[in-house]
Ligand binder design. Sequence first.
Ligand code: PEP
Ligand code: MG
Length: 753
Amino acid sequence: MLETLHRIVKEVNAASDLEQALAIIVQEVKQAVQADVCSVYLTDFERRDHVLKATDGLHPQAVDKVRLPYHRGLIGLVCERAEPVNLADAPNHKRYLFTHETGETSYKGFLGVPIIQNRKVLGVLVARQIDQRSFEDNEVTFLFTLAAQLAGAITHAQASGNLNTQSDLAPPKRFLQGQPGSPGVALGTAVVVYPPADLEAVPDRPSKDPDEEEDAFRTAVAAVVQDLMAIEDRFEESLPAEDRALFEAWLMMLGSDSLIGNTVRRIQQGNWAPGALRETFQEHARIFENMEDIYLRERASDVLDLGRRILMHLQQKVATLDEYPENTILVGEEVSAMQLAEVPRERLAGVVSASGASFSHVAILARALEVPAVMGMSNLPVSRMEGHFLILEGYLGRIYVSPAPSVIAEYRRLASEDQALYQELQADKDLPCETTDGVRIPLYLNTGLLSELSNQGMAESEGVGLYRTELPFMVRDSFPGESVQVANYRKVLKMFHPRPVIIRTLDIGGDKPLPYFPVEESNPFLGWRGIRISLDHPEIFITQVRAILRAAIDLNNLRLLLPMISHVQEVDDAMLLIQRAHDELLEEGYQVKMPKVGVMIEVPAAVYQVEALAQRIDFLSVGTNDLTQYLLAVDRNNAHVADIYNDLHPAVLRALIQIIKGAGQYGKEVSVCGELAGNPAAAVLLLGMGVNSLSMNGGSLLRVKWVLRSFSHSRAKQLLQTALRCEQAGEIVNLLSNALEEMGLGGLMRAGR
Ligand code: PEP
Ligand code: MG
């Protein structure tokens, strides 16, 4: 059964549209459980009914015609219960409803299982039998295991099919739902980005010159033939002739019409070479995958491997996109910070990533650049998106593909409202961040992710509260040397001088791997990350600290911050190394000073040891992004659990209060530098708690300032007391929205996050 299940899921995943996907499901399931009929009903959430979308066994004409209103019949029962209904004699059940349009006689055996995604019943998969039949346990579990896996494939095929059938006459009003990544509205053209040599990720893209594409493709194939012959020669001595026959088989494939001829035909029909290659080779691999013979099935991976080899050569020939259209919306399976950086800022209108969530670093970066973004758009048929006109709605995490003119008009209006709000905020630019009752709370800037791309917030902030140093390490192919680093850090220290700049030591690992320092871990956020790597590799840490100290010579505005602290010993060890770097430099004649050193509180263990930490260092900075992830045990990058990642969870608020209290006992200042600080509504609570400063992306500075200048400190404290009585994050969010609404600041809530 397991093998059948994998095969069906694979075939369905490869289907080009919903109709094809459902046809595969009903045929295969009917055969697998030897039923007389198999059908799929899908829920129409607008019309509030369930529509027959595919059947093997009933009248095909009934498809799309038979509609069962919510709560009617056995289909309604399966949806209400959201669990399988297995009846040996269905017509005897009180909810049985006979539908004559389907041509059914009274089938007795009935097994209906719900198709569920994100707690929503998307439809019902039904198997029917003329005779009485109670389906066996293993058949029930087979169907519902299949249904659980099919939900994603169905929504994917649905979105893909929408793209196939869209015409200018009937553009859709419906949207695809993802996770909010960065607020704002963008209207623009999709440009698909993908990692190199990843055949599956290659998008379709119209070519400018099919003959040139064909030449490039043929040259790449010839290069792979050369490679294979060279490898075969090398094995001549060591491999017996029958094993070397495999090379002959591969070479034959590379001369075959089904692979080469079909790719060329697709190129001549207008797809660029990598897209035509992907389509043809995947299609061919699927034929092998469906073969019963194990040996032949294995050939599928050979076909894909050959495809990847050709792609690698093609990618050396085919220029990467050098011209991005105006209002580029970058779309990818997993858009990276690097890919984002490649697009000139003035061309970049938005970002859509099929994976990741609001607190992934690429989303944080998008917010820093004030580029609207949607994350975790897992149903998006990425490879088919190139060139489509998109509306991206970053507040609620939605996109519209080739939307109707009425939708475009509505969103153009929203975009200009945002622009107006932005202008209004500028009025506070030069005013201090001070509450109506005179309490000042300095606002600092988070920078470093790609600081050179944006000057946002540079003038308005009172300094840098978090300079992330990972980027210069990520864009190279080896660790940067001391002098390269000195130049980098000096740039930022000088730019803000005499305002303070807090430089955080390297925080790689987690979702920030270094290409030249591979760390393969199944749980990277719980693994070798941040200070742990720095302490295990003192040579990396000391080089960085030396560079930072040298960069600050004569400027004296440096503070040092240590990430991911979970044991006091880590602080002690790091302090010794910092001292050592300092002493070495003095000996070498550099006039360095020992800077103030702080730690990030972003692991629950550090919350409970805040007093011990406070005694060892000069200041604390709370990283609520990681603190939330670790307190709630929710991966900040995982779209599946994004709904339960909430940095306004009561546990996070309580942790913050404990940190402030503990640090206060030793007179140490507490800043918050996670994304929570840049949420204008949450900033009010942080003010109420007595946080000493906030550090945020440039895009949030004026919004937060606007709100804090409208509130009094005493009102903030009152709100905090009410918030602390809430048991759920949702109640806290509502409380804050209402408070802002009362002050006439409702527009900012939408803009806030
Ligand atoms: C945090 O975890 O809140 C933080 C500021 O650090 P980063 O987002 O870089 O992990
Ligand atoms: Mg962190």
